[in-house]
Design a protein. Structure first.
Length: 434
């Protein structure tokens, strides 16, 4: 059968989509880029927050209205796990597959050939694991490797533990094997992802942790130019990890630490680490060990009860720390979380105003930091070329979420090149080859 795959949401979904495609290809099926040619349309959804759900619902509405009569529609991913009954009632779907059941995609597709009249539902409990297969997704010379899934944190606003269950780390031997296979295919950058990458290995053995994994990958997948870590929990950045990042050549001096707020009272209500002195200490330790460290974080504005004073505390925190990159999100009340029915919900208009203020502050900070890069040399992974320029990324830029380096020359994609930065704005750098 011919399958057209649509992926919504984060890089972790990209990983799952690619692995479903691999399983389907191994079983003799075919993936196609054109929706009209497909026998099966597979939508891998995100259901983390309301805007993501609305995006999925709008797409499913469109597909329900426009697909051919005998095209099957399969919904997978977080929204499928979380809202299976609603999806089956609201849309004409042929199968719903939860987050832990995607390894069964081949069996689902083959059942669709028999045109069952009732939707296939494969939504195990979040704690169940249907199968274990390698998990990575490639994007040119970059690959995402999912090193763990699920989360043990109890953040008041987050649905991930209910959707995906407790953290399960992949065996380090399996990760190393995947990385070596990817290097053989020409991959230069491995982006290690999990809900909490810095908790990697805690469910395996005492000696298994992220720092040890990074060292093994450096030694045993020697063709990797870059290892990049997404996402670090504030309290889990250890001295061993900092030392490993400092001394391991392939590890990018880049870390994404989602802090979510900068005022201790809001962080307490969020059930997040709220010792800001410890957070400052961790950031200072990273920058002391690696003066060229690029730090990214994310923050939520409009959490229930957030006062103007608390929001000003967030702005002050952002100003003090001066992150290289920041993402700001407006609070989304998610049913089933403690924050859903907390008192003093912040009006949407006020959330938008605070979002705009936080983003304006960070854009100024990012522009100032980027201006200091002018005149410096950087190694850049070239990803595209055309019309006299090339586009790539430095160690400071994670794929798809951070800025770009625009090079005034046509260079071969897939190469690491040294450039000199000649101009900058709040997001991107301009450069020329050295």
């Amino acid at each position: 059968m011919r399958i057209h795959i649509i992926t919504l949401g984060c890089p972790k979904n990209e990983v799952d989509s690619e692995m479903m495609a691999v399983l389907l290809l191994q079983a003799g099926h075919q993936t196609v880029a054109e929706r009209d040619r497909a026998d099966v349309i597979l939508v891998n959804t995100c259901g983390f927050i309301e805007p993501a759900r609305q995006e999925a619902y709008e797409l499913l509405d469109e597909l329900t209205a426009t697909r051919r009569r005998r095209q099957a529609l399969v919904v997978a991913g977080c929204l499928a796990q979380r809202r299976c009954d609603e999806i089956c009632q609201r849309f004409e779907v042929d199968a719903v597959i939860g987050t832990r059941a995607w390894p069964e995609i081949v069996g689902v597709v083959e059942q669709l050939a028999h045109r069952q009249r009732r939707p296939i539902r494969l939504v195990p409990e979040a704690g169940d694991l249907v199968a274990s297969v390698q998990r990575h997704a490639t994007r040119g010379n970059t690959a995402y490797i999912k090193i763990a899934d699920g989360c043990d944190a109890a953040c008041a606003y987050c649905t991930i533990p209910r959707i995906k269950g407790r953290q399960r780390s992949k065996a380090p031997d399996d990760i190393v094997r995947e990385a070596r296979e990817l290097v053989a295919e020409g991959v230069l950058e491995a982006v290690l992802i999990a809900q909490d990458s810095t908790a990697y290995g805690r469910d395996l053995t005492a000696a298994t942790n992220l720092a040890a994994l990074l060292r093994r990958l450096n030694a045993e997948a020697s063709g990797l130019a870059w290892q990049r870590v997404l996402y670090a929990y504030p309290n889990h950045v250890t001295p061993e990890l900092i030392e490993t990042m400092t001394t391991t050549p392939s590890v990018c001096h880049y870390l994404d630490i989602p802090l979510q707020h900068g005022h201790p009272d809001v962080l307490r209500r969020m059930r997040r680490p709220h010792d800001l002195q410890q957070v400052h200490g961790t950031i200072e330790a990273l920058r002391r060990a690696m003066p060229d460290m690029a730090l990214r974080s994310t923050f939520i504005v409009g959490f229930p009860g957030e006062t103007e004073c608390e929001f000003e505390g967030l702005l002050e925190f952002i100003e003090q720390v001066r992150f290289d990159k920041v993402g700001v999100f407006q609070f989304s009340a998610e049913e089933g979380t403690p924050a859903y029915d907390m008192p003093q919900q912040v009006p949407i208009e006020l959330m938008q105003e605070r979002y705009d203020r936080a983003m304006a502050l960070q854009q100024r900070i990012s522009a100032e930091i980027n201006q200091k890069m002018v005149g410096r040399s950087l190694q850049v992974l070239v990803e595209g070329v055309g019309d006299g320029i090339s586009v790539g990324r430095s160690y400071r830029d994670a794929p798809e979420i951070d800025g770009l380096v625009i090079i005034d020359a046509e260079l071969e994609p897939g190469r690491m090149v040294e450039v000199e930065v000649i101009a900058a704005d709040e997001y991107d750098l301009e450069a020329r080859p050295r």
